[in-house]
Design a binder for this molecule. Structure first.
Ligand code: ADP
Length: 480
């Protein structure tokens, strides 16, 4: 199949979260199974500075209609492996910036223009290079207008750009909601600015466009596909999602085991496998040393790696501060984000600097060390479309303590509920729920035999992208 992806993030060129990992690994898995895969990405500064992009060649000059103006741009392309082409939709004014979406806490004022330009850049490239895709697969709000713009371009020019379109929701909390006046920039027919189109309470919703107008809609775990149909998790889009249940499915992300694999991980001081866990001890020692803790500590080490946002349940962790202050445990957090949460976590570390630590930055190497060197990985998210770290931690033999929501519920098996198959601990997404999970973790850690058996089962699970990408192949075939 000829498969075209469009997304705002792609590992290793630009990443702020799981979207980059998911699109990167899916594209590679599809290319390696012989499909002809293209990925469209905004020409961010970071992407253009990546060494692969040194090979990029200019493919096209663009003139994109944005309302009553024409805005110029350029398409650059390179091919980092067989069957895979990356197209960068470039315009310095929009994408030559330090970060993709905003400066710290505030989004860029021109995000509507930037991502309409991106989506139209994709349709123009498909048209002018006559790419003739079987599938156009758009990801998250930044690319969500693409299914609609594909059909609009086909109608205007009397051509076919794609046989079917797919839209994946990686997180329904981010919707691309802009003032109604921005609708004009889409140049879509006026009748699409209403309740059955992309209007959402007098604003333009990019996400709504993806949900309503793609041939198939997917999200990144089966349970999240159910949850987003409810007011509790739908973030105001539950009614819109409900209109598409026939075409909606939940396909779990996978783990890229060329990157997240303790037996080959170059970020670790020692490598290990389920058959020989001695290297994991060395990772634990290195982790304790790295954060300045006593390396002879024998009790359980709890690790956490995440964006510090409310979604990740950081408040639940803070409300359980007494556990970490009073018990003989260590807590190692790697994460940055909201200033309030960063300040509150830092205040907690100040109360017990020999036991609790925060590294407030993005640090790819340290994220691997935390996964490998901890005994438990804490992920008490309030909602979680799929989540990657709870899968990474199982692969690294680090038992996850997770909330029973979304992809966490789909990928972790509770050891107390399922003694023969359990791989972690699952709790209610509440303060008391997490307190119960932490207490159960202490008991599990004290019972070495039970802990070791759960660890072996966790490491034996298959979270590979080979499995995950098969689901997408089936979906594409079914749609076609
Ligand atoms: P989300 O996409 O909501 O941020 P996921 O669990 O799906 O959550 O993916 C998060 C990804 O970002 C993981 O690869 C994780 O290791 C990485 N990550 C998050 N915070 C940091 C950090 N401070 N340093 C390095 N990597 C991080």
């Amino acid at each position: 199949m000829k498969i075209v992806h469009a997304a705002s993030e792609l590992f290793p060129y630009i990443k702020t979260g799981g979207l980059a990992d998911a699109v990167g690994a899916l594209a590679i898995a599809l290319a390696d199974s012989g499909h002809e895969v293209s990925v469209f990405l905004p020409g961010y500064r970071a992407a253009l500075e990546h060494r692969d992009a040194a090979e990029a060649v200019s493919k096209l000059r663009l003139k994109i209609e944005l309302g009553d103006q024409f805005v110029s741009g350029e398409v650059r392309a390179f091919s980092p492996r067989k069957n895979l082409t990356i197209y960068l939709i470039c315009r310095e004014e929009y994408f030559d910036r330090r970060a993709p979406y905003g400066n710290g806490e505030r989004d860029f004022e021109d995000n509507a223009e930037r991502f309409i330009f991106f989506c139209k850049g994709v349709t123009e490239t498909l048209r002018l290079l006559d790419i003739q895709a079987d599938i156009v697969h758009a990801h998250d709000w930044q690319a969500a207008l693409l299914p609609l713009l594909v059909r609009e371009t086909e109608r205007r020019h009397g051509v076919t750009l794609a046989l079917k379109t797919v839209f994946t929701i990686h997180n329904i909390a981010y919707q691309g909601l802009f003032p109604g006046v921005k609708f004009g920039l889409t140049n879509l027919p006026d009748e699409l600015y209403n309740i059955d189109g992309i209007e959402y309470y007098a604003q333009v919703s990019f996400l709504k466009g993806g949900i309503l107008f793609a041939d198939r809609v997917t999200t990144v775990s089966p349970r999240y596909a159910q949850e987003i149909q409810t007011p509790e998790f739908g973030c105001g889009m539950d009614g819109v999602v409900q209109t598409r249940v026939e075409d909606l499915s939940g396909l779990l992300n996978g783990v890229d085991n060329s990157i997240w694999n303790p037996s080959i991980d170059a970020h670790l001081p020692a490598r290990y496998s389920a058959a020989d866990l001695s290297g994991k001890g060395a990772c634990r020692t290195e982790l304790l040393k790295r954060v300045g803790f006593d390396v002879k500590f024998k009790g359980p080490v709890f690790g956490m790696v995440c964006r510090l946002t409310e979604q990740k349940g950081v408040d639940l962790l803070l409300e359980n501060r007494d556990f970490f202050l009073n018990e003989d445990v260590r807590l190692i957090i790697l994460g940055s984000g909201s200033k309030r949460l960063e300040d509150e976590v830092r205040a907690l570390t100040a109360q017990a600097p020999q036991k609790i630590t925060l590294t407030a930055k993005l640090d790819e190497a340290m994220s691997h060390l935390v996964e490998a060197g901890s005994d438990f990985f804490v992920m008490p998210s309030l909602f979680e479309p799929c989540g990657l770290n709870q899968m990474y931690s199982q692969v690294y033999g680090t038992l996850p303590i997770v909330s029973r929501v979304g992809g966490l519920a789909d990928t972790v098996i509770d050891t107390d509920e399922n003694p023969a198959t359990g791989t972690g601990l699952m709790c209610a997404p509440t303060v008391a729920g997490l307190a119960d999970g932490l207490a159960r973790a202490l008991r599990l850690f004290a019972d070495r035999e039970r802990y070791a058996a759960a660890q072996q089962r966790a490491m034996a699970r298959d979270f590979s992208w080979t499995r995950a990408s098969r689901g997408y192949e089936e979906l594409y075939r079914d749609a076609l």
